[in-house]
Design a protein around this ligand. Structure first.
Ligand code: DHB
Ligand code: FE
Length: 284
């Protein structure tokens, strides 16, 4: 049986990808950001997940105003790094797990969540930067990755409550797959940031840290937070944080199991215009 063994949460700031790709990780500005992921890199080398179910958002790269899926499951066998305007990042192709993804599609859709299935798309910094932060710069990504793109760019966006519920359905789906697989689920994006308008540059450290506290200890309560609170408190792009609730909803305790073990908590400002947050929770 496939098992969700852990969840990982991280921001996906594109400048972090550029810092890695341009060899700037040792610079004074970037060193403290990457240091926050040293533990995670060692930890994941020991954990050796077979598959990462990676919850992220596309930034008008694969999708646009032409087509706005709320929840899009990557069912294809490979996903190329996207050209976001400066050429594709020099990172490996992402290989999917079409069999597990097809099973998740069957299970989650029959469980009343209407997914969009995507057999062909490129993946942008929302997906590749978290992979780089956790795996560094390998020749090939060390596991298969199922992309799960959530619309947090074009309104209306899904509520945190819905995200938390879909996480629970994803757990049921993974745990009913008949092959022994070590599966991790990652929630990415956030933390507080606003990229445009009068409040551009907004960072709310207190709110971010309260979000981390509650994600760990009170995820069901946190899932009730209305989307306007994210935008008001954490900025217009702070809404990306609802994606963390999908990963948290897939953890064992939400289905009546034991509480997860907190393996890592990290918070740093600044990285570009964004506060960087990172958590690792392991199912005991
Ligand atoms: C920045 C952060 C993001 O999440 C994003 O998608 C684009 C830019 C930034 O901080 O620059
Ligand atoms: Fe983003």
């Amino acid at each position: 049986m496939a098992r969700i063994t852990a969840s990982v949460y991280t921001s996906h700031v594109p400048a972090i990808g550029a810092a890695l790709d341009l060899g700037k990780t040792g610079e004074d500005y970037w060193q403290p950001v990457f240091a926050g992921y040293d533990f995670g890199k060692e930890w994941i080398a020991e954990q050796k997940p077979d598959v990462v179910f990676l919850v992220y958002n596309d930034h008008a790269t694969a999708f646009s105003l032409d087509l706005i899926p709320t929840f899009a499951l990557g069912t294809g066998s490979e996903f190329k790094p996207a050209d976001e305007g400066w050429g594709p990042r020099p990172v490996p192709t992402v290989y999917g797990h079409p069999e597990l993804a097809a099973h998740i599609a069957q299970s989650v859709i029959q469980d009343d969540f209407d997914l969009t299935l995507v057999n062909k798309m490129d993946v942008d910094h929302g997906l590749t930067v978290p992979l780089s932060l956790m795996f560094g710069q390998p020749e090939a990504w060390p596991c298969q990755v199922i992309p799960f793109a959530v619309n947090v760019v074009q309104y209306p966006v899904p509520a945190g409550r819905r995200c938390f519920q879909i996480g629970q359905a994803i757990r049921r789906a993974v745990e009913s797959f008949d092959e022994d697989l070590n599966v991790q689920i990652w929630g990415t994006g956030g933390m507080s940031h606003q990229l445009q308008g009068a409040r551009a540059g907004l960072i709310n450290k207190d709110w971010d840290n309260r979000f981390l506290d509650r994600l760990i200890d009170d995820p069901a309560g946190l899932s009730q937070l209305p989307h306007i609170d994210y935008v008001r408190e954490a900025g217009s792009e702070g809404i990306e944080l609802v994606m963390w609730l999908i990963a948290r909803g897939a953890m064992a305790d939400i289905a009546g199991g034991p509480k997860p073990v907190l393996r890592k908590r990290f918070y740093h400002v600044p990285a570009s215009n964004t506060a960087v947050g990172h958590l690792i929770l392991e199912n005991p």
